[in-house]
Write a protein that binds this ligand. Structure first.
Ligand SMILES: Nc1ncnc2c1ncn2[C@@H]1O[C@H](COP(=O)(O)OP(=O)(O)OP(=O)(O)O)[C@@H](O)[C@H]1O
Ligand SMILES: [Mg+2]
Length: 325
């Protein structure tokens, strides 16, 4: 079926049963779409639901409710078509056959996709050098380093030239040069017209490669847009203030600042982040007045003003203690 979006999720839900009979809401009423020709970064803390979303898009896990259409095919009713048109790399290295060589793994997965031997050879000759594995083509996977396995899993995901490529933490465990090389290929793949979904914990990677970013927290969409739209939360200037001493009253003292989040560090140290104007002295003076007015014994140790980045946005949405907006 012709479609202009690679992924359309509407009120998508996935629950997992717990042993005690209750349920984990891994993906909770998620509505979003992913267009062709773009790299889409999925970010969020451990357990947010990123991998579950990727698994649903590749039919490895079925949705509990809601709609999920991938490359124009419904994941429930047209799962074979979905599998034919998506490529997926998951964190699990056991997805490869360790007793087989790299090339034999590629041949095995090519056969599953119904590719001819000739087509498989052509793709292997393209992909193995692309991922820097041409010299290891005849080596058994059990002799590979973690990064080499990761690169081979990406070769396998790309084998049938999918219209949607799903990558779960693709650069985790890769050396910086290989990771940067892979980021280049991810962008190239999207420029060629496919959609690429990348789950990552690396915020500078998300800023670098993504046209759009979705931040997920407890299965829900908490922020969405281009990296600069997502970063716009704080405005042009973010204040980062470090406090020591009794910091229990900081919430009340600093609650006047927009987008306040408080992050504890060890015993009695807290970093506060909030939107601020660009005058360091003025911000410091306001903080001191507020500490006095609210009777807070906390001490302001350090104050910096800077341009916010995606790390700050991530911390804002996931910090343990956050002032109500
Ligand atoms: N097979 C499973 N059975 C039961 N619960 C599961 C299963 N897979 C995932 N979960 C739960 O679903 C939630 C979402 O997990 P998921 O792996 O999707 O998160 P994630 O965002 O990929 O996290 P991470 O950053 O750690 O990879 C978590 O609470 C997790 O414990
Ligand atoms: Mg995961």
């Amino acid at each position: 079926m012709a479609t202009d979006v690679a992924v359309r999720a509407v009120k998508l839900v996935r629950e997992y049963p717990r042993r005690d009979g209750t349920r984990i809401l891994a993906v909770d009423c998620l509505t979003m779409s992913i267009a062709y020709g773009q790299v889409f970064a999925l970010i969020g803390p451990n357990g947010a639901g990123k991998t579950t979303f990727i698994k649903m898009c590749s039919t490895l896990v079925t949705p509990t409710s809601g709609t999920l259409v991938v490359n124009g095919f419904d994941v429930n009713r047209e799962d074979a078509e979905v599998r034919r048109t998506v490529g997926v790399q998951l964190v699990n290295r056991r997805a490869l056959y360790w007793k087989l060589t790299a090339l034999e793994n590629i041949e095995f997965f090519a056969a599953l996709h119904g590719m001819s031997a000739k087509e498989c050879r052509r793709r292997a000759a393209e992909l193995l050098p692309l991922m820097g594995l041409e010299r290891q083509a005849g080596e058994r996977v059990e002799t590979f380093s973690g990064g080499m396995m990761q690169r081979l899993m990406i070769c396998v995901a790309l084998l049938h030239t999918p219209r949607l490529l799903l990558l779960d933490e693709p650069t985790a465990g890769l050396d910086p040069v290989t990771a940067s090389d892979l980021r280049y290929h991810i962008k190239q793949f999207a420029r060629d017209g496919s959609a690429v979904v990348v789950a990552t914990h690396n915020m500078s990677e998300a800023e670098d490669i993504a046209n759009n970013v979705a931040m997920i927290g407890q299965g829900k969409l908490v922020a969405y847009g281009t990296p600069s739209q997502v970063r716009a939360l704080y405005g042009p200037t973010l204040a980062e203030a470090k406090f020591s001493g009794d910091t229990s009253g900081l919430d009340a003292a600093l609650g006047i600042f927009p987008h306040l989040s408080l992050q504890p560090h060890g015993v009695g140290a807290v970093t506060a982040r909030f939107s601020a104007d660009q005058d360091l002295e003025r911000v410091a003076a306001t903080i001191r007045v507020r500490l006095t007015d609210t009777g807070s014994p906390a001490t302001l140790e350090e104050l910096n003003l800077r341009k916010p980045n995606l790390d700050d946005i991530f911390i804002h949405y996931t910090s343990a203690k956050k002032a109500q907006q």
